[in-house]
Design a protein around this ligand. Structure first.
Ligand code: NI
Length: 228
């Protein structure tokens, strides 16, 4: 819990600790905060088995979600760390857009899915010790696990059945900053780009429907960190 008194004492600590100890080899840093996955999705046209073709102008959409984000970092040297991103499961609505004419009734929310995007990164902190500002850059690899894919009951009533999104491996890049409030506690802000590509499939009237989606989200996190 953050009380005004606690905030004031954190601020006082920050102001009276001009030479906070920078990260050092062997440090374990745990960060926790609010993390938002904002898909910048680009989708292929939707392939409809009953027509045996793509339907021009159609696409799939995904919305954003915010969850509890966690970073577990270990400093290999004073400037280089390794970090695992974890979070509570994200939930996204999946939608269909652009269905023309007689198919227009199929537009709208199709279903919902959950995903976890664990990401392992190497971090580089360029600043020397003595700086309370510790910006960093990172690059790594992501595995995105899609699960609990399910259709809305409206979509099922329209004749859809089943929903499946394929898991994704991809690269991730990030920029972040720790602001050291003392030897142990820090404020953190970070933004990352994760390459997540998937294909989704469902069936309509017993025939397959599928779409390729580049989810490629921006991922934002703000929170507090603590050095052990
Ligand atoms: Ni991509």
């Amino acid at each position: 819990m953050r009380t005004p008194l606690l905030s004031a004492s954190l601020l006082a600590m920050a102001l009276t600790t001009p030479f906070a100890q920078a990260h050092q080899a062997g440090d374990i840093i745990l960060r926790a905060g609010a993390i938002t996955v904002a898909p910048q999705e680009q989708s292929s046209a939707i392939w409809v088995g009953a027509l045996n073709s793509d339907v021009a102008g159609t696409k799939a959409s995904l919305n954003s979600d915010t969850q509890l984000g966690l970073n577990f970092a270990y400093m290999l040297t004073n400037h280089v760390g390794i970090e695992l991103l974890a979070a509570t499961p994200f939930s996204h609505d999946v939608g269909v857009k652009g269905m023309p004419g007689a198919f227009a009734g199929l537009n709208g929310q199709l279903g919902e899915l959950k995903q976890l995007p664990p990401t392992l990164s190497l971090l580089y902190y360029p600043m020397d010790s003595g700086s309370a500002f510790q910006p960093y850059a990172g690059a790594g690899i992501n595995y995105t696990w899609f699960f609990d894919d399910k259709l809305t009951s409206e979509a099922q009533n329209k004749g859809f059945s089943g929903l499946d999104m394929q898991d994704s491996w991809g690269l991730a890049a990030q920029l972040g900053m720790d602001y050291l409030l003392g030897d142990k506690l820090m404020l953190n802000g970070q933004v990352r780009y994760i390459d997540i590509d998937t294909s989704g499939s469902t069936s309509f009237g017993g025939q397959k429907v599928k779409v390729e989606v580049e989810v490629d989200p921006w991922v934002y996190m703000v929170g507090l960190g603590y050095t052990f």
